[in-house]
Write a protein that binds this ligand. Structure first.
Ligand SMILES: *Cc1c(COP(=O)(O)O)cnc(C)c1O
Length: 388
C-alpha cells in the first residue's frame, strides 16, 4: 500500500490532507515521494522556526538524545532548567511551566487563572474568563470552550463552563463584560491566527490591559502561534508595550518538537504549587534542548530580518492585482484575495510552493530564516496564482 492508502485505511479521518506525502527536506525546501521540490511558506504551521533538519538545531537535539531523553518531572534536568532561565530573562516573566502543546499551555494558563482568583477571592466569586470572538485556543474541551468560534462548538458538548466571549477590538463590549465583577481573567491572541490573521488594535489592547490591572483581572496572552520570533519580536506582546500576567506559547518553541510553555509574571508566579498541576512529558529534555537552541538564535538581528522579509511580502503582494488586503506582522501574514484561497493553495502546491489558509485568506508562516532568494521565488509564484 502507498503512504496515502495506509493513512486512509488506518488513521482517524480528522484531517483534510493535501494530496502529497513529504519524505525529507532541508531548511525552507521539502521533497515529496517523487523527489519533487517545494518551497515551504507554511513552516509546519509556524512550528519549524529554522526550517527542516536545520543543522544547529538537529545537533542540539541529537546530542541530548544520546545523553538523556527522559527521566520524568520527579527530578531536575539541565535543558529544562536552562531553558526556563533564558525564557524568564528574555521576557521578564518569573516562572515557567512546560507542557507538550498549545492547548496544554492554555489549559495551564486557565487553571492558574482560576486558582489565582479562588485563592484571593474565594472559590465562587470570579469563575469567568473572557475571550474574543473568532479566537482559537486549542482542541481540548476546555480550550474549545475558550475558543470563540461556534463552528468548533457543535457535537462535543457539554463544555467547560465559565467562558464569556466578546467582540475583538470593541472596548465597550469588553467593559460591559468586566462590569459583571465575576471575571478571573481575559485571554486573547494579539494576532488571531486561525481566525484569519486579524491583528488587534494596539490602543484596544493597552486599554484592556489597563482595565485588567485596575480590577485585578489577569491578562493571559496566547502566543502559541505569534510567539518565538514569529512577528519579529521574541513575543508579540512586546510590540504592544504591555506586561501580561501569563503568556502561553508552543508551536515554534522547540523548532519542530512538541513543547508548550506557560510563563507566569509576578502576580501568578506562586499560584501553582506542588501537586496542583503536572505533565509526564512536559519539559522533556530532548524537546527542551531543541527549544534552548531555538531561543538562543532568536537574536535582534534575526528579528530585524523577519520584519524586513515580512515587509517585502506585504509590499510585493499588497500591490498585486487580485489582492484585497494583507494583514499580519513579521512572518505571520494573511492575504485576502479575489480568487478563492483554496484554489490558490492548490495552484501553488502544483507549482511547488506550500502555503496555508486561515478562514478565507492565504496564510504564510515560513521558517524565520528562509533565504531571501527562495522567498522571492515562492512569492513570485504565489503572486501569479493570486492574479489568475
Ligand atoms: C495552534 C494554536 C493553539 C493550539 O495548539 P496545539 O499545539 O495544536 O494544541 C492554541 N492557540 C493558538 C493561538 C494557536 O495558534
Amino acid at each position: 500500500m502507498t503512504i496515502k492508502e495506509l493513512d486512509q485505511a488506518f488513521i482517524a479521518g480528522t484531517y483534510g490532507r493535501q494530496d502529497v506525502a513529504f519524505i525529507s527536506g532541508k531548511g525552507a525546501e521539502l521533497y515529496d515521494e517523487a523527489g519533487k521540490r517545494y518551497i515551504d511558506l507554511g513552516g509546519g504551521i509556524a512550528v519549524n522556526a529554522f526550517g527542516i533538519a536545520d543543522d544547529v538545531w538537529a545537533d542540539a537535539v541529537k546530542a541530548q538524545v544520546d545523553k538523556l531523553q527522559h527521566v520524568s518531572n520527579y527530578y531536575y534536568t539541565q535543558p529544562q532548567s536552562e531553558l526556563a532561565k533564558v525564557l524568564c530573562e528574555r521576557t521578564g516573566m518569573k516562572k515557567v511551566f512546560f507542557s507538550n502543546s498549545g492547548a496544554e499551555a492554555n489549559e495551564c494558563a486557565i487553571k492558574a487563572a482560576r486558582k489565582y482568583a479562588s485563592d484571593k477571592y474565594g472559590p465562587v466569586a470570579r469563575p469567568n474568563i473572557i475571550t474574543l470572538w473568532n479566537s482559537f485556543h486549542g482542541r481540548t474541551l476546555t480550550t474549545l470552550s475558550a475558543t470563540g468560534q461556534e463552528s468548533f462548538h457543535k457535537d462535543f458538548g457539554p463544555f467547560t463552563p465559565g467562558f464569556v466571549h466578546v467582540a475583538a477590538n470593541d472596548i465597550d463590549d469588553m467593559k460591559l463584560a468586566l462590569e459583571a465583577d465575576d471575571v478571573a481573567a481575559v485571554m486573547m491572541e494579539l494576532i488571531q491566527g486561525e481566525g484569519g490573521v486579524n491583528v488587534l488594535d494596539p490602543e484596544y489592547v493597552r486599554e484592556v490591559a489597563a482595565l485588567c490591572e485596575k480590577q485585578d483581572v489577569l491578562l493571559l496572552i496566547d502566543e502559541v502561534q505569534t510567539g518565538n520570533g514569529r512577528t519579529g519580536e521574541l513575543y508579540c506582546y512586546m510590540h504592544y508595550g504591555i506586561k501580561p500576567d501569563i503568556v502561553s506559547t508552543a508551536k515554534g518553541l522547540a523548532g519542530g518538537l512538541p513543547m508548550g510553555a506557560t510563563l507566569f509574571g509576578e502576580k501568578t508566579m506562586f499560584t501553582l504549587t506542588a501537586g496542583s498541576h503536572g505533565s509526564t512529558f512536559g519539559g522533556n529534555p530532548v524537546c527542551a534542548a531543541g527549544a534552548r537552541s531555538v531561543i538562543s538564535r532568536l537574536t535582534d538581528e534575526l528579528m530585524q530580518e523577519v520584519q524586513e522579509k515580512g515587509a517585502y511580502i506585504k509590499e510585493t503582494l499588497g500591490a498585486s492585482k487580485g489582492v484585497v488586503s494583507v494583514s499580519g506582522v513579521g512572518l505571520m501574514l494573511g492575504i485576502e484575495t479575489v480568487r478563492p484561497a483554496k484554489d490558490i493553495l492548490l495552484g501553488c502546491l502544483d507549482r511547488g510552493v506550500i502555503v496555508l489558509t486561515a478562514k478565507n485568506k492565504i496564510r504564510l508562516l515560513p521558517p524565520l530564516n528562509i533565504p531571501t532568494q527562495l522567498l522571492k521565488e515562492a512569492i513570485a509564484i504565489l503572486k501569479e496564482e493570486i492574479e489568475q
